[in-house]
Design a protein around this ligand. Structure first.
Ligand SMILES: Cc1cc2nc3c(=O)[nH]c(=O)nc-3n(C[C@H](O)[C@H](O)[C@H](O)COP(=O)(O)OP(=O)(O)OC[C@H]3O[C@@H](n4cnc5c(N)ncnc54)[C@H](O)[C@@H]3O)c2cc1C
Ligand code: SF4
Length: 328
């Protein structure tokens, strides 16, 4: 591990001043991703700002009827919150499908959204990787790419974003609240937070240098049945091959609302509004769910080892939509 200076921030302004005053500074929260990357010398911050003592660990009701989740709220606390369990069960299920109980106890809301890809070539400094070392190439393109992206990728990078929580927050239309080093706040719709790789896969989010996530805002709960389906190699403690967060509202026998987001298929949680729109006003049927899944994956490109993800994603969407459209 490279030497670094360490600052324990008790107040937001101290943390932001630390980020403004030191080039190559990093915030550390649970450390469950950052510390591993530092040990491998893939992340080499000169200055580490510990944000665990900032007052961002509350889940509060908003004036609009939603919830404001502080960036320091732990994944296990969020999953156990009665308001999340009853009104946003897709989020509770996604959180509980991620990592292990011990990791969820450390992992924070902000850190989970900003965790880095699990592409094995990214973690292996002997291999070319445009995300780790721009311009060096992408070992996954023609390598072992079973876990990699089928949507939104480029010839520079085919990595996926690993967060389950982000997929559920995307279907819920959450937004991320931030503050930059000048003290300016903004709200970013979660669908805009992560960037597609293009020619600059090393730039992963819309955040500016030193900009901190302070909270995630959930809008008021929408009608419909919510669920999260995660397909993975083992029953637990494994990242998604494909996941689907779905919300379906059935009135009588007609679909009055349908939305779904995919995980494990792209560098960001993936939503296809046209695929959701064709379901509106239709009767619940296997054929309609098949059509929606086909539209969602219409632009998918396999790279060999991950070809199987395309039919797998279609089947998982169909299964999730069918299950979410059942009553009771
Ligand atoms: C073995 C293992 C299995 C896992 N399985 C899963 C899984 O199945 N699904 C899943 O979703 N995740 C999984 N994870 C990932 C885990 O959920 C993340 O490591 C964790 O959520 C990151 O949160 P953290 O607080 O520890 O972040 P840290 O490691 O502290 O930080 C991660 C990044 O976020 C930045 N950061 C942290 N907080 C903020 C903030 N408030 N503002 C700005 N930047 C910030 C840091 O600078 C760093 O770049 C797994 C991890 C491990 C080790
Ligand atoms: S897929 Fe992306 S992260 Fe993986 S080796 Fe290629 S450039 Fe690196």
């Amino acid at each position: 591990m490279k030497p670094f200076t360490y600052q324990r921030a008790g107040e937001l302004r101290d943390a932001l001043a630390g980020a403004a005053g030191t080039p190559n500074a990093k915030f550390i929260s649970g450390g469950t991703n950052l510390l591993d990357l530092m040990k491998l010398e893939i992340e080499r911050p000169a200055h580490l700002i510990d944000i665990n003592h900032l007052p961002f660990n509350a889940i509060e009701e908003t004036a609009e009827g939603g919830l404001r989740i502080g960036a320091q709220v732990r994944n296990s606390t969020l999953a156990a919150d009665p308001r999340i369990r009853s009104n946003y069960p897709v989020l509770a299920q996604a959180l509980l499908a991620g990592a292990s109980a011990q990791i969820r106890n450390k992992a924070s809301t902000g850190g989970n959204l900003l965790q880095r890809t699990r592409c094995y070539y990214f973690y292996d400094r002997n291999m070319p990787c445009n995300k780790r070392k721009p311009g060096s190439g992408c070992a996954a393109l023609h390598g072992f790419n079973r876990m990699h992206a089928v949507l939104g990728s480029s010839d520079a990078c085919i990595a996926v974003h690993p967060s389950d929580m982000a997929v559920a927050m995307t279907v819920l239309d959450a937004s991320v609240e931030t503050m930059d080093t000048e003290g300016v706040t903004r709200q970013i719709p979660i669908g805009d937070l992560h960037r597609l790789p293009g020619t600059t896969p090393d730039i992963e989010t819309q955040l500016k240098l030193g900009e901190m996530i302070t909270a995630v805002i959930l809008p008021p709960v929408q009608p419909g049945r919510q669920l999260y389906r995660k397909v993975r190699d083992r029953a637990s403690y494994a990242f998604a091959l494909v996941s689907v967060a779905a919300i379906v509202h059935v009135a009588g026998d007609t679909i009055a609302g349908a939305r779904f987001a995919l995980g494990g298929v792209a560098a960001k949680p993936w939503r296809v509004p046209e695929a959701e729109a064709i379901l509106l006003g239709e009767k619940v049927s296997t054929e309609m769910f098949e059509r929606a899944a086909d539209i969602a994956l219409a632009n998918a490109i396999g790279r060999g080892g991950n070809d199987f993800k395309i039919p797998l994603a279609k089947r998982t969407i169909q299964q999730a939509l069918a299950a979410a459209s059942q009553r009771g």
